[in-house]
Ligand binder design. Sequence first.
Ligand code: RB5
Length: 149
Amino acid sequence: MKKIGIASDHGGYNLKEEIKKHLQGEFEIVDFGTDSLDSVDYPDYGVKVAEAVKSGEVEEGILCCGTGIGISLAANKVPGIRCAVVSDTFSAKMSKAHNNANMISIGERVVGKGLALEIIDSWINTEFEGDRHQRRVSKITEIEKKYSK
Ligand code: RB5
């Protein structure tokens, strides 16, 4: 069973719980918090899932915050992470097919629950197409290496 990491701050907590319910049974879900609506700092949660994806503890990661933006910015600081902030199903699908996004981020204050779950399904059920897209993704990795020295 594919292992998926998930986390949110308080702004994405309710959506995180909905996504967990939606994926349970089909995927093994590892929840990295937060565990309540109490105010927390989104970078603390974005980095947990990003590091778990990087280490191979989980295969892919899902993040939620108010907009999906802050928590994705934190995740994208971890080398090898490609976390796409997505608000529609077409972008969700393409973020995997063309960009090989290994994480996705959704804003609970932006996207309704029904659409959010469809976004997750679009992303999780799409395969990376490789080929010319691999060349482009590799160029992203080269940029990352250049500034990691
Ligand atoms: C928290 O109020 C909010 O700033 C956070 O959830 C997120 O939207 C940041 O990008």
